[in-house]
Design a protein around this ligand. Structure first.
Ligand SMILES: [Zn+2]
Length: 357
């Protein structure tokens, strides 16, 4: 008790917040909420990267900030351009989670430099998508060593062909993760790597094939926050990147793992949409289970994909799903349809889903 009082006294003298070892009630702090809109973009619209700003949108602790892009400009993410990036900073250097789109790399660095001059040291990728890894090479050149699941590295080195059948462009080798680890079902939920820096303890926790086959969530123990990337979303319908080994069924498993490892007050930081806690995942989980069951029933009755899309199974969820579009619904239902039958097993850390012609 005496010691606690002494520490408190020192904290007051030093002008620091009194609670240095427990979570500060002021956090998480939302600085700029994501947009709500699903504005329609004219045919042939191109994202005006020069108009997109990268801003500090949330603070998880005095030295753990979240960056995100402007709303209403990026058709891939009208709520806020790109995927969230996180920055832990201080005397030990910067640890960064994801890198935003390549086109805004300099703006992302500028946003970081508005609050920290520390050197970039560690970068971890939550999954391969370009709104999360696009500026990898740029930040590696700033000095960051890139970490990810081995599957993500493999996906980058051997990208699947594009939807139109054309081969994907060759990767920029500077942006390929150098330090890798693997998901292991036997140790599911345990960190593959733990960093202790800037007064924070950071766990990189590899996930089962879910949004992609190379997902990682990042837990900040002191801030009581977990970056849960894109297997959960509250803007648009669920998206499993099956070409990169993801699956809707895996996303269900991912949600269940969060239920086990997150506390009731842990802030969950999705790649897009709004911040949530684990109770918010329940409705999402129920929707996945419901749609999987309904699609199975119809497919078992011999209904075609076209029939099932026409059945509009997501209708009960449209009111509560921000940013729902026909494309996002159809993609979700098509993925479920493909997984209902002939769902391939995980081999070498990923599922080889059949490609749709
Ligand atoms: Zn994303």
């Amino acid at each position: 008790m005496k010691r606690a009082l002494l520490l408190l006294g020192l904290a007051v003298v030093a002008g620091l917040p009194a609670s240095v070892s427990t979570q500060d009630a002021r956090y998480p702090m939302t600085i700029i909420a994501p947009g709500k809109g699903s504005p329609t973009f004219p045919e042939g619209y191109q994202t005006p990267w020069d108009r997109i700003e990268i801003r500090v949108v949330e603070k998880m602790s005095p030295n753990l900030f979240v960056l995100h892009g402007s709303p209403d400009l990026d058709p891939a993410h009208p709520d806020a351009s790109g995927g969230r990036a996180m920055v832990l900073f201080g005397p030990d250097g910067i640890l960064m989670v994801d890198t935003q789109n390549r086109q805004v790399a300099e703006k992302t660095l500028k946003a970081i430099r508005s609050f920290s001059e520390a050197p970039l040291r560690v970068l971890v990728n939550t999954h391969i998508h370009s709104d999360h890894t696009g500026a990898n090479a740029f930040f590696a050149k700033q000095g960051a060593l890139i970490y990810s699941q081995e599957n993500l590295r493999d996906e980058m080195l051997r990208p699947p062909p594009r939807a139109n059948g054309q081969p994907a462009p060759a990767p920029d080798m500077a942006g390929i993760p150098a330090a890798t680890y693997r998901y292991n079902r036997a140790t599911q939920g345990e960190p593959a790597i733990t960093f202790t820096m800037n007064g924070e303890t950071v766990d990189f926790i590899p996930m089962m094939p879910s949004h992609t086959a190379g997902d990682t969530i990042v837990r900040f123990r002191k801030a009581n926050a977990i970056y849960i990337e894109d297997f959960y979303r509250n803007f648009g319908y669920p998206f499993a990147d099956q070409a990169n080994g993801g699956s809707i069924n895996g996303m269900l498993e991912a949600v269940d793992l969060i239920e086990k490892i997150a506390g009731p007050d842990t802030t969950l930081i999705p790649g897009h949409g709004t911040l949530v806690t684990k109770k918010d995942l329940l409705a999402y989980r129920a929707m996945l289970v419901d749609i999987l069951a309904k699609v199975k029933t119809l497919r078992d009755q011999g209904k075609s994909l076209k029939d099932i899309l026409a059945a509009n199974l997501t209708a009960p969820y449209d009111k509560t799903t921000l940013g729902d579009t026909q494309q996002s619904k159809d993609r979700f239902i098509t993925e479920v349809f493909d997984e209902i039958r002939d769902f391939p097993p995980v081999v070498d850390g990923k599922r080889a889903m059949p490609r749709r012609p």
